[in-house]
Design a protein. Sequence first.
Length: 139
Amino acid sequence: MLRLVDEVLSATNRRCPIELLLAEAPAGIQADERLLQHIFTNLLTNAVKYSDPGRVVQFEIARAGAEIICAIRDQGIGIPEADREWLFNAFHRGRNVEDRPGTGLGLVIVRRCVDLHGGGIKVESRPGQGTIVTVRLPI
């Protein structure tokens, strides 16, 4: 995970620090590394992209029984309630993204990768206060 965080920091020109919080180093996980990389690269890049420079993004990984729970928390622009039902639809972008670049495909890819792993994804957000994306994956 450290390598992934370093890659996102490099790709985003260190716009926001990423704080990696590992509650317990999970061992023996059966997962597709490429799919996990798609999930977390997209989520971390979004968190940085929609946050003001210098705001901390947290990436927390913990084990809960037979699942790994990964939460990405930002202090960014948040997602308007009217846009939340469309989050996982191709090419939809929030009304408040302004001139931030994007295609509207990132969360579609994330959702598909999470589904392929038999996991779940939940998004909580408040405009102007940030977003928490929680991914639960069976181990």
